[in-house]
Each structure stands twice: as C-alpha cells, then as structure tokens.
Design a protein around this ligand. Structure first.
Ligand code: SF4
Length: 334
C-alpha cells in the first residue's frame, strides 16, 4: 500500500480532513457537551505537546490530509494555542477552528497571520437567559459581539447551534433571520448522544422537523436549496435576499457517512476513525517510543465501519447505553 492510499478506507473514502482536539478543558459548561460533574481529565504528561501535534499532523499531511480543524474543549484556552496555529499554518493545509467565541477577539490578527479564514462559532440560543442556562456561564453578549466582529474582519463565520426540543427549537426562525442582514452560515445540529449528556430521541429536533418549521414560515419559492459538496456534513439552504445561509447537520436521522472524509485526533494523542466509535488507537505512546505511527493510522482507517461505527440503523443508534462507552463531546471536539 502506497502512502497516499493509507487514508482511504475499505469503502473508498479518502480521509483528507483531520480534526485535532487541543484540550479537554473549556471556559463554558454546555449541557450537551460537558457532563454535569465534569470529566476525568487526562494527566498533563498524557497530553500532546505542540511539537507532537505538529509531528503527527505533518505525518497525516504526508499521507494526503489537506484540511485541519482545531477543536477542544475550547481550543483557544490552551496556553500555546497561538504557537500551535502558527506551526500548523506552515503545512500545506486549509487550517480552521471551532470555538465557543468567548475569547476569539484576542486572536483576530493571529488568525490572519496563520491564514485562518473560516471559523465555526457555537451559539445555541439568541436569548441571554437561555444561553446562560445551556452554557452554565454568562458570555452571551461577548460571543454575539465577537461573531459580528469576526464578520466585520472578513472571516467566513459558521454559527453552530445544537437544537434540543423544548429548549431552543422555538428559535429556528430567529437564527435563520440572523442570516438576513449578517453573512453568517447558521448550522442546526441534531442533538447527538455522547457520554453523560442525557441524550434521548425525544429531545432531538430532526431534519424533517426543522424543514417543516422553515416551510411554514417562508414562501416555498423563497427557500433555495444550495449545492452541498460530496464531503459536506450539511444540507444547505438560503432564503432569497438573505446575505447568509442556513444548513442542517443530521447525524442521527439522515447520516452522511457515505462522504465521510474525517478522522479525529484527541488531546491525549488517540485517533478515532469515527465520531461515534468508542474504539481508539494510541498514537502518542508509539510516537514517544520513536516508532512509526503509520501502521496504527493505517489499521484505524482500514477497520473503519461504513455508518456511525456500526450503528447503521436508528434502532441501534438510539440505544443510549452504547454511547456511554464513547467519550463525552468535550473530550472529542465534535
Ligand atoms: S458518523 Fe462517523 S462515519 Fe459517519 S460521518 Fe460521522 S465520523 Fe464519519
């Protein structure tokens, strides 16, 4: 097998998109991500150093990775986050980031220096009190102002909103209307099961439910279906005359695994061949032993299952006990 094929799985999917979690820590406590009692953090010496992140990323790039997303926890609270961005920006990749937006204003110039042009900012409610309730912190205004600042500074801003029934499903139209005069790309994410987030199907707002809200609030000919790229996780739309767009990420009711090109690296140096896989492969120990990490990456890709780590039916997928074997979202980074 040549190096360029190592990231292609048995279903012909080329994994050219690496998501790197920089930290298991966060300055928010979002209920669908961080279990109420927090998580068992990895010991400091089990976490990748910035050199190790760069070395592993460079190896993935040599095998065909062309896009790297930095996630967390909250990636920007890691003390050497700026250095990591700078190091990774020397690689021939599209570098991007998912953040909760609280301290993003401190990195505007650095993002530009590192060639970061697109950012995903999490915002799950446009109401101060509800935002406080879901994040268990009070940074709504700061995040909202930072989204506007990023747009003003010329970044492509995607707003990630996890919808939960009875909590923020009444804000779907408000979020879409956010894209009327602001060129933001709102992405509604179906609530997904991870360890400790009390997930159940009753709390899910499905793709169909979101679309029926859209169709009962906008004229049929005002809703434009946009072209999605083969690897896209989104089903994208635009309301005619609106500056921005909205999209739906339907991992639960309409999985998009056929076009999956994603592989994940956790903050403690494990690779996950699927977001929902509880099986992981340890790269860091091998790297620290001075051995090649390529055989481990190869095996992880070659053993990847077609759909949601084997949970190919909604029945299989909605057995929440399975997901408690997986990590909490905070320790994966989405
Ligand atoms: S569920 Fe797994 S296989 Fe499917 S798109 Fe997500 S990461 Fe890829």
């Amino acid at each position: 097998m040549t190096k360029s094929n190592i990231l292609t799985d048995t279903f012909g999917r080329k994994h050219n998109y690496l998501r790197i979690s920089l930290t298991e820590r966060c300055n928010l406590r979002c209920t669908y991500c961080m279990p109420a009692d927090g998580i068992q953090l990895s010991p400091k010496d089990h976490l990748m150093t910035y050199e190790e992140i760069y070395t592993i990323a460079k190896e993935f790039v040599s095998m065909g990775v062309t896009k790297i997303r930095l996630t967390g926890g909250e990636p920007l609270i890691r003390k050497d986050a700026a250095l990591i961005m700078e190091k990774l920006s020397s690689l021939p990749v599209q570098l991007t980031l998912t953040t909760n937006g609280v301290i993003v204003d401190k990195f505007i110039d650095h993002f530009k220096k590192c060639g970061i042009k697109t950012l995903n900012v999490s915002l799950d409610s446009l109401h101060l009190q509800k935002n406080k309730e879901i994040t268990r912190r009070s940074y709504f205004e700061k995040v909202y102002q930072n989204i506007i600042l990023l747009v003003k500074e010329g970044f492509v801003v995607k707003v990630n909103c996890v919808l939960m029934k009875g909590f923020n499903d009444d804000e779907v139209i408000d979020f879409i209307n956010l894209s009327k005069n602001l060129p933001v790309h709102v992405r509604f994410i179906e609530f997904m099961p991870f360890d400790g987030n009390q997930w159940n199907m009753e709390r899910l707002v499905s793709l169909q439910e979101i679309l029926s809200k859209v169709h009962s609030n906008f004229e049929k000919n005002a809703i434009v279906k946009l072209q999605d790229a083969p690897n896209d996780t989104t089903k994208s739309y635009q309301i005619k005359g609106y500056q921005g767009t909205f999209a739906i990420i339907s991992s639960v009711t309409n999985p998009f695994c056929d076009g999956c090109n994603r592989i994940r690296l956790t903050a403690n140096g494990q690779i996950k061949n699927c977001l929902f896989s509880s099986k992981e492969s340890d790269l860091l120990t091998t790297l620290r032993a001075g051995k090649s990490i390529i055989p481990i990456i190869q095996k992880a890709v070659q053993t990847k299952l077609k759909v949601r780590s084997g949970m190919n039916t909604l029945d299989k997928f909605s057995q929440s006990d399975i997901h408690s074997n997986n990590r909490s979202m905070i320790a994966i980074g989405g």
